[in-house]
Ligand binder design. Sequence first.
Ligand code: F0G
Length: 408
Amino acid sequence: MSTMRHQLECIGCHTQYPSTDEAYACSRCGDLLEITYDSNDLREFVNVSAWKSRPPSVWKYEQLLPIGATSVKITLGEGGTTLHRTTRLGELLGNKQLNVKNEGENPTGSFKDRGMTVGVSRAVEINSKKVICASTGNTSASLAAYAAKAGLECVVIIPQGKIALGKLVQAVAHGARVIQIEGYFDDALRSVLSLVKSNPKLYLLNSVNPYRIEGQKTLAYEIWDQLAEDIPDTVIVPVGNAGNISAIWKGFQDLKQIGLISRSPRMVGIQALGASPVTEAFKSGRSEVIPIQHPETIATAIKIGSPASWKKALRAVRDSGGIMEAVTDDEILAAQKLLARLEGVFVEPASASSIAGVKKLIEIGLVGTDERVTCVVTGHGLKDPEIVSQEFEKSTTVKASQLECLLN
Ligand code: F0G
């Protein structure tokens, strides 16, 4: 199986760059770059029937990924996550066709692994030896694991005291150099972007890296596969730095260009109320996002005030006829509990924002009873065990001799 030729294209001024350039921002206007393929190639090259014989995984769609056919693939078995048909949750919320795509099943427990398998394979393909990212936690955990697999040096920069323990532990366990800085994720990302500019030996693996977006777009292909080659009406995604919603939209656009679907789902982005600059821009009809200086939410993964991919995300939502909404911390915690207790799916707070979002949108009439909805839940609940011990019921301690009387 071989792969298609690709190039990089600016999302603003559409300047094209050859695939040999390792830039992530346009040197003319500064906007982000994305990977593009020739649309004739897309239609002629992709052999959908070959997909059928391959097990579910990110690399099942290798033909649509920008890594050379003979290049080494750094994989830990990512993708192929369950699309749960909810019954009890859907019934409670008032939607008969509610599915939940559980990205917490990925190797390091979040959707980041889809992007990282491609991004780190690219790092190896271009012979890079040292990788770096800023992170609210999951990106650092994922990069640390894939760098370990590839034998690369790994540096992760995190906002001091603001990431969940489970994620920090993962980065340490996989041998990354973990550096905490004062401030927010936005400060960490700004520092990393300026560092890679002055040190081209560092390979950047935040979601501004277009290779990561290519990996993450496979989530759309998988939903289409799991719905027997159909798509939902609406896909609801938690939004932080705004890479993932843009990636999933790109995946649906690919399917359309290949001719596998004739319409696209509407993309709905959900942010935490204290960290919702994209939602604010959307609701006020602005074309620019105004950064929030001090973002606040218990959903630390999406505690981001200045999302790097805001332009791509706003475009995805507007082009698809979708919406952006914000949910409170209380709504997030209630949704986390509902999903865990009604469907047996345990996710971290940021992930539960899509569930809190669908609940709110049903209540205000923006999602209908028969609408076919897929909520993406992005990371495993064990990433942030402290939130459960703080916010959920405490366990009781009794003497063994008291058990019988307690439970009768
Ligand atoms: N959900 C989880 C669990 C996340 O970790 C993130 C982002 C998001 C949602 C939002 O995705 O940024 O693509 O809009 N986490 C990043 C990190 C920022 O560093 O781990 P996004």
